[in-house]
Design a binder for this molecule. Structure first.
Ligand code: NAD
Length: 279
């Protein structure tokens, strides 16, 4: 795909991987719409990205279908069409199972799963108007790995993104659709993900369990030590759009280890041990 003059919409575009995708797409000549719930970060990103090309920033809550519809309307009004959608916004909260309130589950599923679903439902008809278009759904290596202490809602939401994306990809291919699907499943990347609870609604209570605090510290340390730069991931996304690959695995061994563990469990009945992030 020649990005010149094409339009890309990136949710969670004010920070981390979404920001890096926006930056890369602009460098390739695309117009970019960044959508994010964090107003100040969005304004800052619009300013810095605006130095690179044509940027529209739309405050959006991806968990609301109305908000995603308004994002689509503003995109069409400004750029006339859309060619790439990155459903990238995501959050994380958790704890030991019994300590996670229903409201916390709902927040994670609303943003991570329903946010991606809303994007696919609202934008697919618009993308299908183009001779070539792409949807990139951001899951995680957690989509292949269960058992990470205190992160059960996150893994559950990312499994749902995996199932949705695989199923939609198979359906679109079966009818020779012009829209290609891609599933981004990152391992550790140096972003603000470990501070995801900054965006929590007021009625979501955070866990102060020592196990949860240790897990978050471990995740922050691991990300600082071995995390990729967001720009490297943005490059992988750009390459996948060019070569048509479905799975974008930033750390293939982490994903494959999870799949192998499940296969071993299914074949032998031996359940895996609980894991800490990154193992
Ligand atoms: N960083 C990692 O190590 C890692 C690993 C695997 C998967 N991921 C996934 O990558 C994606 C991008 O996250 P990141 O790592 O760049 O983190 P980040 O926190 O830097 O960026 C996430 C962005 O999503 C936005 N957001 C949160 N809730 C939103 C909502 N309701 N509506 C719109 N925007 C919202 C945030 O404001 C933020 O700008 C997420 O889906 C995350 O789950 C991250």
């Amino acid at each position: 795909m020649d990005f010149t003059g094409k339009t890309a919409v990136v949710t969670g575009g004010a920070s981390g991987m979404g920001y890096a995708m926006a930056e890369r797409f602009l460098a390739e000549g695309a117009n970019v719409v960044i959508a994010d719930i964090e107003r100040e970060a969005l304004d800052r990103a619009a300013h810095t990205l605006g130095l690179l090309g044509d940027v529209l920033a739309v405050r959006t809550d991806v968990s609301s279908e109305e908000s995603v519809q308004a994002l689509a309307d503003e995109t069409i009004e400004r750029f006339g069409g859309v060619h790439i959608l990155c459903n990238n916004a995501g959050v994380e909260t958790g704890g030991s199972f019994g300590a996670i309130a229903a409201r916390s589950w709902r927040w994670v599923m609303d943003v991570n799963f329903f946010g991606v679903l809303n994007g696919c439902r609202v934008f697919l008809p618009l993308l299908e108007e183009q001779p070539e278009a792409h949807i990139v759904n951001t899951a995680s290596v957690a989509a292949f790995n269960t058992g990470t202490a205190t992160m059960t809602p996150y893994a559950t939401s990312k499994f749902a993104v995996l199932a949705l994306s695989e199923s939609l990809d198979i359906e679109l291919r079966a009818r020779n659709a012009t829209v290609a699907m891609h599933l981004l499943a990152p391992g550790p990347v140096k972003t603000r993900m470990v501070e995801a609870e900054r965006n929590k609604p007021a009625d979501v209570q955070l866990s102060a369990e020592p196990e949860r605090i240790a897990q978050m510290e471990n995740l922050a340390r691991l990300t600082a030590e071995v995390g990729l730069e967001p720009s490297e991931v943005a490059g992988m996304v750009y390459d996948a759009i060019q070569d048509g690959g479905f799975f974008i695995l930033t750390h293939p061994e982490h994903a494959l280890t999870g799949v192998r563990k499940r296969l071993h469990w299914m074949e032998t009945g031996e359940a895996p041990a609980p894991r800490i992030a990154g193992t």
